[in-house]
Design a protein around this ligand. Structure first.
Ligand SMILES: [Ca+2]
Ligand SMILES: [Ca+2]
Length: 125
């Protein structure tokens, strides 16, 4: 875990930098797709989501349900790379709104997307 200062614009700028965001989303996808079949099953999602999100166990269960309900667009019971990308985009924008414009000190997993957003901002300076 690492301490980092994050604000909303840090996150949105990261998502809007298509190339940086795509790369990180792809990394996340590969990390979550533990059996490597190119799709993320509900089990894989639930098992892996805590690695890049800061959620309690109960929130995670609810999150998995709502994720599948909303983002499994073709309802085949798994998340493909395209579905995953819109999912991550939505999560990141939601976090950006939640954080707001004032810098917030957060404890982040070095592997998390938020941490990548912070590194992305530092890399620009
Ligand atoms: Ca899989
Ligand atoms: Ca699907």
């Amino acid at each position: 875990m690492a301490l980092a200062v994050v604000n909303g614009p840090t996150v949105t700028e990261f998502v809007e930098d298509k190339q940086a965001f795509e790369t990180s989303v792809k990394e996340c996808f590969e990390m979550l797709d533990t059996n490597g079949d190119g799709e993320i099953s509900r089990d894989e999602l639930c098992a892996g989501i805590c690695k890049f999100m800061t959620q309690t166990k109960q929130e995670m269960g609810n999150l998995c349900d709502s994720i599948f309900e909303r983002f499994d667009e073709n309802k085949n019971g798994s998340i493909d790379p395209k579905e995953f990308r819109s999912l991550m985009e939505e999560i990141m924008f939601a976090m950006a709104r939640g954080i707001g414009n004032s810098p917030v000190l957060m404890v982040l997993d070095p592997e998390s997307l938020l941490m990548k957003a912070v590194q992305h901002e530092y890399a620009k300076k």
